[in-house]
Design a protein around this ligand. Sequence first.
Ligand code: KG4
Ligand code: ZN
Length: 352
Amino acid sequence: MQTLILGIESSCDETAAAVVESGREIRSSIVASQLATHAKYGGVVPELASREHLRAIVPVVRQALALAEITLDQLNAIAVTAGPGLVGSLLVGVTYAKALCFAQQLPLVAVNHVEGHIHSVLLDNPDLAFPALALVVSGGHTHLFEVRGLGEYRLLGKTRDDAAGEAYDKVAKLLGYGYPGGPIIDRLAAYGNPRGVKFTLAKMKGNELDFSFSGLKTAVLRWTEQHDLSEEIAARKQLVNPAFEDWLATTPSQTLDLLASFQFTVIEELLRRAVLSAEQIGAESVIVAGGVACNQGLRTQAARAKDLNFFFPSPGLSTDNAAMIAAAAFPKFQRREFSGFDLKAQASLVLA
Ligand code: KG4
Ligand code: ZN
């Protein structure tokens, strides 16, 4: 029998809804991005995010149902991201999901956003072999998990300061590029020399599988001060609706080298620990998920690690979406792990 789950995601700056059949087939996936709202501030403004979610949630859910050609009464359950994320943003999705479940008398399934990202890969690769190592790397998280099976997670390491995506966004902001910075730096990095600027890798005391990106961010800042980039930064800030060609045209070769070297160092940090932890747990597969999983340099480098099987999400599923939430909810639905109407939005919800 088919199980139709409506997923709702509003943890950060995307309002998303999707209908997924039996945890496998995406019947619809709608993402309303708030990029235009936050871009001029160089990052997500929590108050604006909540307001935009309120505006978008009803039409986005309606569109997801219409595209899947179903009505609410054909659903078997509603899944919602309960955390981690911005509490005001999470609340919009959680409250709306509860209201729909109450009105339709449907079970409510709470999903951890990070688990959702892991399922963005499992969705396309249902036969992926366990145990797996999962590297979840986005604007809000940089986590390594051992995944022994569906729903069985053990946290192995995480960032002690900035998430990798956050480091990309902060470096981009510092250098006068747009938001989010990850995709722009990724493309520009291809034009620079990754060994042009020497950055040192972070040495972690204690858990060697933890990450740190704040030192690298500070090193970029120091380099920028020493090389006086004020003119080119000012020129980039003048650009109106810039296309990639405009970013490229306003980036001299020494700055391209800086970006390529920054990206090279981030990838080294990520892959070094992913490979080490995959070896430690005897992983059959390595899952890379979250917005930074879009990174071309990371994908290319991972492909060179011959003795590990890397799995990345398809591009539309890398960044925040609700299909991954509905997919993560399916095994919970099968185990009847339902939430009551006392479900709370939890900004710091942890997985495992
Ligand atoms: O998963 P996501 O949509 O939202 C969070 O849960 O944070 O990830 C967004 C993050 C941003 O920091 C963005 O700069 C980064 O993912 N990102 C990238 C790339 N595409 C998106 N970082 C590096 N390279 C990319 N190609
Ligand atoms: Zn995310």
